[in-house]
Write a protein that binds this ligand. Sequence first.
Ligand SMILES: *[C@@H]1O[C@H](CO)[C@@H](O)[C@H](O)[C@H]1NC(C)=O
Length: 231
Amino acid sequence: MHPNTLTMVLLFVSNSAAISIGSASNFGACAGQTVTSTGNTVIVGSVGTSPGTSITGFPPGQATSLNRANFAARRCIADISTAYAACKGALAPVMLTGQPLDGKVLSPGTYSYATTAALNPGATLTFDARGISTAEFAIQVGTSLDLFSNSKILLTNGARACNVIFCAGSSVVIGTNAGVNATIVAYTSISVANEAANRGGLYGINGAVTLINNRINSCSQPLLDLSVSIG
Ligand SMILES: *[C@@H]1O[C@H](CO)[C@@H](O)[C@H](O)[C@H]1NC(C)=O
């Protein structure tokens, strides 16, 4: 094989985690049971629950639309469940079990933690698309994912938040003032602390999404200027 052909094949393999979240891209948050917000959460995108019907805290929270067990909410949960399965099933992951995400610069591909994964307080994790704006990143987490206070998930060299997906087998905690450029899917629930911001959407398939003064930008909506306090 010509060396260039080999490079092309390797690039194709390392970029092969093509995962669509479908209609969930219209949602900043959807959950199986409840979405609860305290304070002045701003969601550029919809909010939904299905089969649960409880959405509270809007207003004063703002969102494009509220969907309580309606057709759009059912589709959100169905489409995000499909994406979760695709993320969990992505082949040939790089094993990162036991390693903090702190300071890592990850290139396109699939990564896996057998149990928990964490980004510690104030630490950064960067996704580097190497100039390929369609590059995909999938991070499989066996159980819980903790993105602690003031941690940041950043993008470089053309990476897009909506091409980064985390699939966690139990729940996800996002700490105070964290900045998260990624689609986050939890099998159960996502709990977000004060002032954290997300681009990519937050999805709790079977449980709750709990918010406090957060800013969330869904994938299908134009990017709101979130730069003020998340730096
Ligand atoms: C997303 O990443 C960009 C580029 O690294 C950064 O400037 C921005 O603050 C991040 N957004 C969030 C919500 O963390």
